[in-house]
Structure formats: C-alpha cells, structure tokens
Design a protein around this ligand. Structure first.
Ligand code: 9MG
Length: 283
C-alpha cells in the first residue's frame, strides 16, 4: 500500500488543524432530548454554553450532530436535521474560536453547514448516502470517513468478520478511492475505525489492539469510544460509570497514534493528552 506523504497541517475552512499532535473533539449532540429543559432559544443557548465549556477545557474541535446514531434511534428528515444543526453551527462560528465538525450523512446539511462556517464533515456512513460524495466534494472541506456496515438500526444484528482489522482497512481504502473519484484528495481525509458500529465486543477489542495497522492507509486516525457500550461490556458498567474506562482507551489510542479523540469528557481527556505529551516531550 502506498503511503500518502503530506503536511500535518489540515485546512478546515478558515482554520488549520495541526495534526502533528493529538486533539480533543468535544461531542455536541443537538437532538431534542440533549438540552430538553426549555424552549427553542434556551436550548440553543444551553448547547452554546456546553460548547464554550468544552473549548475552555481544551477542545480544538466541536462535533455537532443532529441525528442520533444509537441503535433504534428515530430517523430524522433532512429538513429536521438542518433545523437542529444550522443555528448552532452559525452561532459557534460567530462566537467561538474552534473548528466546527458536522456529524452528518445528509448532503443538504453538509452544504449548508459549510456555508455557515463548518470546518470538517464527520460522516459515520462514509459518504455512502445518495449525493453525499458530491456534496462533500463541493464543500472543499476535509472529511472523516468512518467504518460501519449497514445502518445504525440494524448494524448490531450479528456482525461477522473473518479479520476485523483487515476488513475495516479494506473498507476505508475503498471509500478513499470513491472520494478520489469525485475530487476529494487523500490529503483531505481523516479515517476512523468506527468503534461500536457493526462490531461486537471482541471485534472492538481486537480492532483497538491492532489499530496501528490502519496507519498503513497513510491518513490521520480519529477514535471515538467515549461512554460506549464496549466499555460497559468489558467492565460491566452502566453509561454513567464509563469515564475511567474511556480515559484508559483514550490514552491507549493516543499512544497508538490516533490524532483526534472524540469525547464527551473534554477536561478529563485533556489531562490524559497533556500528561502523555509531557512524558513524550521529556529528554
Ligand atoms: C457520530 N459518532 C458517534 N460515534 C462516532 C465515532 O466513533 N466516530 C465518529 N467519527 N463519529 C461518531
């Protein structure tokens, strides 16, 4: 496999992400149940406050998502998704010094978010929805391609792999080829193994253990494991008690070379990143 030699500096709209070191991406879900204790404007304010707190804690990216990817979550129309995401992208762009990532598979949301100041498209479906490849290409923004088989609704129905790491790598390589065909160059791509998406616990653990193999694809890796069921299953913890397991995996992912950690708990993860950086910078 040919390694893509490129700069560590990734232009993300009007900002630049320096992937020479590890970044923390804060998760901002803007589904109706995320900030549910008020009307439309107070929800927007609450989301903005949460984003501000994550940026103060050290997040250099905020991932804004208006469609839940949890198994069994209700599908949302493109218009509904746009109405959730667009106002927050606009306010974040106006008010915070941060790269706005948009967690979407919807072409219209990609286009409008880019117009409003988003700097990155994060698509759990790897641009496989109709029109998504062309829409992402038209924005000129970098894209994060994540591995998933099927749809969030059915992805956990008995997933099967002969070699999970190899099959994830092959999938991502194929998506990079599709991106290249519509004019999204490799230099604009971030790759994500997709922990928890169409994988059982053993698949997730094995993929995590062998994550370094994905470096052969020549692109930076994003890892999202925060509060996920793989932690719950490995440690027998409910979702509210998965912080320590998540921090252990964040540390391991960083040591294995992941450049972006997608997390709920930004301050705690920043301590992990700073501590590892301090050790690695020592004589
Ligand atoms: C939206 N979303 C939920 N989990 C994710 C993960 O692990 N990676 C990426 N890129 N997006 C995710």
């Amino acid at each position: 496999m040919t390694l893509v030699q490129s700069s560590t500096r990734l232009p993300c709209g009007n900002r630049v992400l320096d992937l020479a070191h590890t970044h923390v991406m804060g998760i901002l879900n803007v589904t109706p149940d995320s900030f549910s204790d008020g009307g439309r404007f107070s929800q927007l304010d609450a989301a903005l406050k949460h984003a501000e707190a994550m940026v103060s804690a050290g997040a250099t990216l905020i991932d804004v998502g208006g469609e839940s990817t949890r198994p069994g979550a209700r599908a949302v129309s493109p218009l509904e998704e746009l109405e959730r995401v667009a106002p927050i992208v606009e306010r974040l762009h106006r008010e915070l010094d941060v790269i706005i990532s948009v967690d979407t598979s919807t072409p219209a949301v990609m286009r409008e978010s880019a117009r409003l100041g988003a700097g990155l498209i994060n698509d759990v479906r790897s641009l496989r929805r109709d029109g998504a490849l062309d829409a992402a290409a038209a924005t000129g923004l970098p894209v994060c391609l994540m591995h998933m088989l099927g749809e969030p609704g059915d992805m956990q129905d008995n997933p099967h792999y002969a070699d999970v790491t190899r099959e994830v790598a092959d999938f991502l390589a194929e998506r990079m080829v599709q991106c290249g065909a519509v004019g999204i160059p490799a230099e604009r791509i971030i790759l994500d193994p997709g922990f928890g998406f169409a994988k059982n616990l053993q698949h997730n653990l094995s993929l995590f253990k062998h994550m370094e193999a994905l470096h052969a694809l020549g692109r930076p890796l994003l890892v999202g494991v925060s509060r996920k069921s793989m932690i719950g299953q490995a440690l027998n913890r409910p979702v509210g008690e998965r912080l320590h397991g998540g921090l252990a995996l964040a540390a391991l992912a960083m040591v294995k070379g992941a450049r972006i950690l997608r997390v709920h708990d930004v301050a705690e993860t920043m301590d992990v990143v700073r501590m590892i950086t301090a050790v690695e910078s020592a004589e």
